[in-house]
Design a protein around this ligand. Structure first.
Ligand SMILES: Cc1ncc(COP(=O)(O)O)c(C=O)c1O
Length: 447
């Protein structure tokens, strides 16, 4: 494989979209794969380098999606690829459930050392359980919380997204299509609104004294910044208050960092922005730069479950662990700093955009986990306009993803540079300009 940066660093669209090769593959895909996949526009990726993706027809796109917030070190970082190749040649699989191997031990040590938990005086370190995905991390965290506390109930948040397997889906409160038709779900999950003190007042003053005995709650599961729900940053003091509620009632605080973790927000774990120590952290997505890997980190005293009580064949695969070790090294050697720096530039560019276009909300988020909402003429969320911009951007060579009701999320590879951010902002501004021109007199949705 050629690891040199041979792709242009700006979008180059050389065919109509989708091109002829893409068209053939899309038709074959549609005939054979599950219709539940949610492809917004017809990108058929062939090659990735840094922040650029080339499709099967030779069109080059600037990728602000990172494959749904995954490729932290950029597409195909040469050192990640090299580590994967070396480990693949050495040992592809042995199952960490039944056997030992170095990459899994080493990665566990590195994550345990960095986990934002109190350091016990006796020197015991945090514990790590490896999984294959975000949903499996959440599933395991939920099992761990119930096992440790011997309590059945869980509190989660409206707008939260935690995955698609039954436990994680039961915690998810994002879109009804993700739950409808799949019931019965896990009993004992109560959803409350996200991010506000009013919501926690409701939990403490209304729910706990009436229908939800606090002493039977095993965990409060919370994203430090809500991801799929719209890149929502909670009110000041919200996460701190969850910590104190948990302390008061012996509830575990599970922080789902599947999307916000691994440097995306400018710190290794987003929860570090608030200086709070959770009890359990779930990870996946960015942890191995694109290889399927997840992890559950817990305070040392919580993982009391005995041998055989929880396990997985593939979790902690040696190749994925090798990719994760280099990912962590690269993140700490400058990529997290870049996420912080570029995040500031992106935020200020989006602020300018919102000042220039009244249909664009001010941005929100941290680091390279940032979003804007698209609004109609009355200032209401306008999902049609959002979809229009995401769609048009694709045809201009810019890959974007929506989230929430009407938000565009910006979750690029954390290696994005200043020019690439400028390019992205310029393309979005052009689309907004044309849309405004065309629809100067439209009462609501542009397009
Ligand atoms: C916060 C959060 N938790 C869990 C998940 C589920 O991860 P996966 O799709 O790897 O199962 C996601 C995926 O978007 C997520 O954003």
């Amino acid at each position: 494989m050629n690891n040199e940066l041979t792709l242009p660093q700006t979008p180059q669209i050389v065919t109509s979209l989708p091109g002829s090769r893409a068209q053939v593959l899309i038709e074959r895909d549609q005939a054979v794969t599950s219709p539940s996949y949610t492809r917004g526009y017809p990108l058929v990726a062939s090659r990735g380098q840094g922040c650029m993706i080339e499709d099967v027809d030779g069109n080059v796109f600037l990728d602000l999606t990172a494959g749904i917030a995954v490729t932290a070190t950029g597409h195909g970082h040469p050192l990640v690829v090299e580590a994967i190749q070396n480990q693949a040649a050495q040992l592809l699989h042995m199952s960490g459930t039944d056997f030992y191997y170095a990459p899994m031990v080493e990665l566990a040590e590195q994550l345990a050392e960095r986990a934002p938990f109190p350091k016990p005086l006796d020197g015991t370190c945090a514990r790590v359980f490896f999984t294959n995905s975000g949903t499996e991390s959440v599933e395991g965290a939920l099992k761990l919380a119930r096992y440790y506390t011997r309590r059945p109930l869980v509190v989660a948040f409206l707008g939260g997204f935690h995955g698609r397997t039954y436990g994680a889906m039961s915690l998810t409160g994002s879109k009804v299509v993700q739950r409808q038709g799949f019931g019965p779900l896990l009993p004992g999950v109560t959803h409350i609104p996200y991010g506000t003190h009013a919501s926690l007042d409701y939990l403490e003053e209304k729910l706990f004294p009436t229908v939800l005995p606090a002493e039977e709650v095993a965990a409060i599961v919370v994203e430090p910044i809500q991801g799929e729900g719209g890149y929502i940053v909670p009110e000041d003091g919200f996460l701190e208050r969850i910590r104190s509620i948990c302390d008061r009632y012996g509830i575990l605080m599970i922080v789902d960092e599947v999307q916000s973790g691994m440097g995306r927000t400018g710190k290794l774990f987003a929860i570090e922005h608030w200086g709070i120590m959770p009890d359990i952290i779930t990870l996946a997505k960015g942890i191995a730069s694109g290889l399927p890997l997840g992890a559950i980190l817990s305070r040392p005293e919580l993982m009391t479950w005995p041998a055989g009580s929880h396990a997985t064949t593939f979790g902690g695969n040696p190749v994925a662990c090798a990719a994760a070790k280099v990912t962590l090294q690269l993140l700490e050697a400058g990529i997290i700093d870049n996420a912080r720096k570029m995040g500031k530039q992106l935020f200020s560019g989006l602020t300018q955009l919102s000042l220039r276009f009244e249909r664009v909300s001010p941005p929100r988020g941290k680091g390279l986990m940032v979003a804007i909402d698209l609004l109609d003429a009355e200032g209401n969320l306008d999902s049609q306009l959002r979809n229009h911009i995401v769609d048009k951007a694709f045809y201009q060579g810019l890959l974007l993803l929506g989230c929430g009701k009407a938000a565009i999320r910006f979750c690029p590879p954390l290696v994005i540079d200043s020019n690439q951010i400028q390019t992205a902002l310029k393309i979005i501004a052009q689309i907004l300009e044309i849309s405004h021109e065309k629809c100067r007199n439209c009462p609501s949705t542009l397009g």
